[in-house]
Design a protein around this ligand. Structure first.
Ligand code: HEM
Length: 287
């Protein structure tokens, strides 16, 4: 099952699934539309996590499956876009028909900015995935749109579920599932990057290996224990006035959900760093 067959084979059933909860509503309220927003986005999230991991999975596990995923990456991205279009429709219904509920219960300025940027990227990525849209951008602009867009669209749901498990006392199982899915998807990118870097390294030092490993283990531990450090880290990172102002509008600021992955990435960088070549002073003299 490839390309458009894959696209229709998955996105049509997803679209039909959207109709099930809708048909069970006695009367539609703001709460129900909010639930539909969550319901639809849950069908989208696995696909963006898969898309962000595919090129790395091909490096970590080269084989028929990852080659097939790579071949169909664009179509998997388009399946994500279809599920997101359903979320977009429910967001529109809520903001247009349940205006009061939307502004009293849902609206939060920074979320609005993050969500709107996400949709702008999504539309730009879909349009430039086809020949008619590609005409408007050169290859450098295309790469920027798709790279930045994919990172942003991964970061949004990843941070939503990170907050769900790190801030609220009673997260759902699905919150853990989606958090770990997003975490491992990005971890795959770091591992693949480390593998490629490691191939180029001819000389390592024990100190780098030790320091890198310590950082990786610390990052992994932090990723599982965020409920215990989120509050104190958020407080200290937003203690200064400029930082607490940025928190009100700058997407993801101060980036707490991504700290553990950043630490793992720095650890991988140090672990795969070329050691300094010691030059024997006698050899220099002979030269
Ligand atoms: C302006 C645009 C957006 C608006 C107004 C919006 C609004 C909402 C609302 C109302 C909910 C349900 C919250 C609740 O019931 O507690 C929600 C959930 C969610 N949204 Fe958005 N959203 C937007 C864009 C996005 C984008 C671009 C993404 C990226 C993939 C995204 C991912 C999510 C996720 C992961 C959830 C949680 C679903 C769950 O409960 O499992 N949203 N959003």
């Amino acid at each position: 099952m490839n390309k458009w067959y894959l696209f229709f084979g998955v996105s049509v059933p997803i679209s039909l699934i959207m109709l099930i909860p809708l048909s069970n509503f006695d009367s539609v309220t703001g709460v129900e539309i909010s639930n539909m927003i969550s319901f639809s986005v849950r069908w989208a999230v696995p696909f963006i996590h898969l898309v962000i991991a595919i090129s790395s999975l091909q490096i970590i596990f080269p084989g028929a499956l990852t080659r097939w995923l790579m071949l169909n990456r664009k179509y998997i991205g388009l399946i994500f876009a279809v599920a997101m279009a359903w979320q977009g429709l429910f967001i529109f219904i809520m903001s247009y028909y349940f205006h009061d509920y939307y502004f009293s219960e849902v609206y939060y300025f920074r979320d609005e900015i993050e969500g709107s940027i996400g949709y702008i990227f999504l539309v730009a990525m879909v349009l430039t995935s086809f020949d008619f849209g590609k005409k408007f951008v050169d290859s450098k602009q295309w790469r920027i749109i798709h790279k930045a867009g994919i990172y942003f669209l991964w970061a949004y749901p990843f941070s939503v579920y990170w907050w769900a498990i790190s801030y609220y006392e009673t997260p759902l199982m699905i919150d853990y599932f989606f958090y770990w899915l997003g975490f491992f998807a990005f971890l795959a990118r770091i591992i693949a990057w480390g593998i490629v870097r490691n191939r180029k390294v001819s000389r390592k030092t024990r100190l780098n290996a030790l320091l890198g490993s310590i950082l990786i283990v610390s990052g992994l531990s932090l990723s599982a224990l965020s409920l215990y450090w989120q509050n104190s880290i958020t407080e200290s990172l937003t203690a200064l006035e400029w930082s607490s102002i940025l928190e009100l509008w700058l997407p993801f600021w101060p980036f707490e959900p991504f700290l553990s992955l950043m630490i793992i990435a720095v650890g991988t960088m140090i672990l795969t760093k070329e050691g300094v070549r010691r030059i024997d002073p006698d050899i220099i003299e002979q030269r």
